[in-house]
Design a protein around this ligand. Structure first.
Ligand SMILES: C[C@H](O)[C@@H](O)[C@@H](O)[C@H](O)C(=O)O
Ligand SMILES: [Mg+2]
Length: 425
């Protein structure tokens, strides 16, 4: 199954006009059109893999170009070549001696690497059956059976897996309180979410303090004192401004302030963390953190209290494994960023891995959920009682329906043709 050569790589610019209804809007991205560079790879013996990276509209064509430029490093390789030395392949893709100049490991080229690597992980996961016994068989139990037997190890794995299969992984919702939503919309969405069993809510803030006070007070009243509230400024403030602004929102008891300032300012985040700690407010960031090196420094500098990995921003599973393991070492919980298009589908695999194989803890941990665009995926996320239910289909849950891809291709798919015609362009 791993012997076929990767013979084709196709990439599409797929966009959804979410800005028409202000879905996804925040203090810095007033009108996002949730989009993806969508990659399909295929071997000469017919195995396929699907990968995406997430964008918010204009500029997706640049990511598509970068994927095309990187494709020469993938075409002709067998899956076996790649996975038998996956870190070597990762380095070859991210450190090509000419292309690394336009990174390295950051920005568009990193998004493009993520899309390709996500497709490879999807292909690999489809090629291999998943069975906990297989994992346990990799361990040499000689001389340790008085402490841990093969049977005990298997039961441990199976019981964690069973717990997840029964209860699922805890999620929070961002769907109620995008910045562009009216108070009426916010109230209605929040009351529906409460009846559906949601207990953790994220609110967009940062454009106008008085508006934020009103919106946070509205949500806190509706959800009561016990449920969790998180706030997200999407990089709107300078450091001192962030501290004073969030202090004014402290009465609503947010668990965290997300992306308070420039995502590259590690020491700035450290200063904000220090100032807000006495108020019981942590700092969360990561959705626009370029790579594992930056995460390392955020952790070393105690600049964040919640690590928000993203399945499409950094180099796929390979780089996220490093980030999750570093977070575990520094004892900082991982609470992934999701939403967008396909981010929930992909990141659920990573957070389940984090729980089952790395952290084994749910304390202060939850995964973001946003209720948009799941209908375009062949294996959409399943949410039950505000928990992600473990995906069952083999692969990375990243395959989209052909019809969705075709209709939403930019600019020639039928959805965009009609929008562009209406706008007279
Ligand atoms: C433009 C996007 O919707 C962002 O606002 C979104 O990813 C957000 O930061 C989030 O945390 O969900
Ligand atoms: Mg955010």
């Amino acid at each position: 199954m791993l012997k076929g050569k990767i013979a084709k790589l196709a990439v599409s610019d797929v966009r959804f006009p979410t800005s028409l209804e202000q879905h996804g809007s925040d203090a810095m991205h007033a009108n996002p059109d949730y989009s993806a560079a969508y990659v399909v790879i295929e071997t000469d013996d017919g195995l396929k893999g699907y990968g995406i990276t997430f964008t918010v509209g204009r500029g997706t064509e640049i990511v598509v170009c970068a994927v095309e430029a990187l494709s020469t490093l993938v075409i002709g390789k067998t899956l076996e070549d790649i996975v038998s030395n996956f870190s070597g392949f990762y380095r070859c893709l991210t450190s090509d001696s000419q292309m690394r100049w336009i990174g390295p490991e950051k920005g568009v080229i990193q998004l493009a690497s993520a899309a390709i690597l996500n497709a490879i992980w999807d292909m690999w996961a489809r090629a291999e059956g998943k069975d906990p016994k297989q994992l346990i068989r990799c361990i040499d139990f000689r001389y340790i059976t008085d402490a841990l037997t093969e049977q005990e190890a298997l039961s441990e794995l199976i019981s964690i897996e069973e717990e997840m299969l029964k209860e699922g992984y805890p999620a929070y919702t961002t769907s109620c309180a995008w910045l562009g939503y009216s108070d009426q919309q916010l109230t209605q969405l929040c009351s529906t979410a409460l009846t559906e069993g949601w207990t953790k809510f994220k609110v967009k803030v940062g454009a106008d303090l008085q508006d934020d006070i009103r919106r946070c007070s509205l949500i806190r009243k509706m959800i009561g004192p016990e449920n969790s509230l998180m706030i997200d400024a999407n990089q709107r403030w300078d450091v001192a401004e962030a501290i004073s602004y969030v202090t004014k929102l402290a009465e609503f008891r947010p668990l965290w302030i997300e992306e308070p300032t420039c995502p590259d300012d590690i020491l700035g985040h450290a200063a904000i963390s220090k100032a807000l700690a006495p108020l019981g407010i942590g700092v969360a960031t990561g959705e626009q953190c370029h790579n594992r090196v930056m995460f390392k420094q955020f952790l070393q500098a105690s600049a964040l209290q919640f690590v928000q990995i993203d399945s499409c921003r950094v180099g796929s599973v390979n780089e996220n494994l490093a980030i999750m393991l570093m977070a575990a070492k520094f004892r900082v919980p991982v609470c992934p960023h999701a939403g967008g298009v396909g981010l929930c589908e992909l990141v659920q695999h990573l957070i389940l891995f984090d729980y089952i194989s790395v952290s084994a803890s749910l304390e202060n941990r939850m995964c973001e959920y946003v209720d948009h665009l799941h209908e375009h995926f062949k294996s959409p996320t399943v949410i039950r009682n505000a928990h992600y239910m473990p995906p069952k289909d083999p692969g990375f849950s990243s395959e989209m329906f052909d019809e969705s891809v075709q209709k939403h291709q930019f600019p020639h798919g039928e959805v965009w043709r009609s929008i562009l015609e209406k706008n007279g362009s």
